[in-house]
Design a protein around this ligand. Structure first.
Ligand code: U2F
Length: 450
């Protein structure tokens, strides 16, 4: 019979912003399918937990618990300080997690045997150490961006703080086409004493303490140089993705009829536009992109954050209604897999890039923050599967040109061929003999050993 102490109980600590908690939940559900004796307590803010639930799905053996968000009572989101909720949340950590975890242990009478967290929750290393249990962080972006955080001190020394943006990282294997200006903000600028840059610096310093570091990517996407460098910095680093291919398919919700609309379009003709879960384009760029779509008569499907009627140029929605569709949310993965879609206009969030690879769709990338500039530069100069926009801002002419290159030119065709190769490698990585499958087994060994 099951005794209290023989039960495995894993605490999962989420980072409740952007698309971080969803891949963490995918990871946990996969472990739970592989080890039915393990129970999970998933700690996350109420708001982020609610979002995970609204995406549907069954969560057997995973119990959700809310932690305090740290927001003052009556807090109203301030568009000009979009990072404020993150700052409040970070100030509330680790106390908010500790309190919620204590309650769960008191209620269940079962101590935690392992801590799994988003890699951003770097202080989980200390929490695990205190409990003498292993810590397994999940990195939700590309390996390349993690390397940058592991080597921040080195990069600061080599490139200089606030050094010229155009200098390239020739001294860093696999990064010779990456420029200082492509690095996440704060990596080589300003003091490392507050906010997200200090968090990422800490992540880089503390991850080597982890029992294993899992990542939502696959080894074959990176040059051997990058994988070797990663292994030298972090021997326990394990690419186990893409999660999109290892998770159950998302529920069939196509509330706004996007797929039906795509059925009526020609093959490879549509631009799918989405800037992730949070970002809204600044007004002049919204106008520029809208004008480019209209002038080129490019069929488009736009997942729009904000109010399209108020924010898009007057009359745009009516004038383009024969070939354009604007929706508040879209079944992105299914859209990218649809044969009508020819290009993805994106902000370069890692989940979006992986989904575009799986759909085989080249990208036009307009990056905003964090890893997105590095992702954009890598898409364009290393993988050859996408384009940046000039000056990293949409202009009408720049957008028309980029759409034309991908939808109508030989260069676009070559990108499509290159992305098809990556797509195949992604599928191979998760086959039974694939690299991600083998790496996942290693993660399971760490978990079952505890
Ligand atoms: C942060 O991610 P974001 O939310 O900004 O962007 P993505 O990583 O691209 O994830 C967006 C997800 O939302 C889904 C889409 C992706 O899985 O399929 N989605 C959708 O289903 N329907 C829609 O209409 C719009 C989006 C951060 F900003 C990035 O820089 C990081 O790379 C990322 C991972 O750490 O987290």
């Amino acid at each position: 019979p099951e005794t209290k102490t023989s039960r495995k109980h894993i605490a999962v600590l989420a980072f409740p912003f952007g698309t971080h908690a969803a891949p963490l939940l995918s990871f946990v559900r996969r472990i739970s399918e592989a080890a039915s004796d393990v129970k999970f307590s998933f700690f996350n803010t109420a708001q982020s937990n609610a979002l995970l639930f609204s995406n549907g799905g069954e969560f057997e053996r995973v119990k959700f618990h809310d932690v305090e968000s740290g927001l003052p009572d009556g807090y109203v989101f301030n568009k000009s300080h979009p990072n404020e909720p993150v700052e409040y949340f970070l100030k509330a950590t680790p106390g908010n997690f500790e309190r919620a975890m204590e309650i769960v242990v008191a209620e269940t009478g079962v101590e935690f045997s392992c801590l799994i967290s988003d890699a951003f929750i770097w202080f989980a290393a200390e929490m695990a150490e205190k409990r003498r249990v292993p810590w397994i962080p999940l990195w939700t972006s590309a390996s390349r961006s993690l390397l940058v955080h592991l080597d921040t001190d080195n990069l600061r020394e080599r490139l200089g703080i606030n050094g010229p943006g155009e200098q390239t990282l020739v001294f860093f294997p696999g990064f010779s086409s990456i420029r200082a200006m492509d690095l996440p903000e704060g990596t080589i600028s300003g003091p490392l004493d507050e906010g997200v840059p200090v968090l990422l610096h800490k992540v880089g310093q503390i991850l080597p303490k982890a029992a294993a570091v899992a990542s939502n990517s696959f080894e074959e996407i990176d040059l051997p140089d990058v994988n070797t460098l990663m292994k030298s910095r972090l021997p326990n680093f394990l690419n186990i993705g893409p999660f999109t291919l290892t998770s159950p398919p998302p529920p069939d919700s196509d509330k706004y009829g996007c797929l039906e609309w795509l059925e009526k379009r020609e093959k490879l003709s549509v631009a799918y536009i989405s800037f992730g879960s949070m970002i809204q384009l600044p007004p002049p760029e919204l106008t520029a992109l809208a004008e480019a779509l209209e002038a080129s008569k490019t069929p488009f499907l736009w997942s729009f954050r904000g109010n399209p009627k108020e924010q898009l140029p007057p009359g745009f929605l009516q004038r383009t209604s024969a070939y354009g569709k604007v929706v508040p949310w879209a079944p992105q993965l299914k859209i990218l897999e649809h044969s009508s879609v020819g290009v993805f206009v994106t902000h370069g969030g890692w989940n979006s890039i992986l989904e575009s690879i799986i759909g085989g769709v080249p990208m036009i990338c307009r990056p905003f923050f964090g890893d997105q500039k590095l992702n954009e530069r890598t898409l364009e100069t290393v993988w050859g599967i996408g384009l940046g926009v000039e000056g990293r801002k949409f202009t009408k002419d720049g957008a028309i040109k980029a759409l034309e290159v991908i939808l109508c030119s030989e260069q676009g065709k070559i990108m499509r061929e290159k992305i098809a190769v990556l797509k195949q490698l992604a599928f191979q990585a998760v086959e039974s003999e694939g690299s991600s499958t083998a790496n996942f087994k290693t993660v399971m060994e760490v978990i079952t050993k505890t």
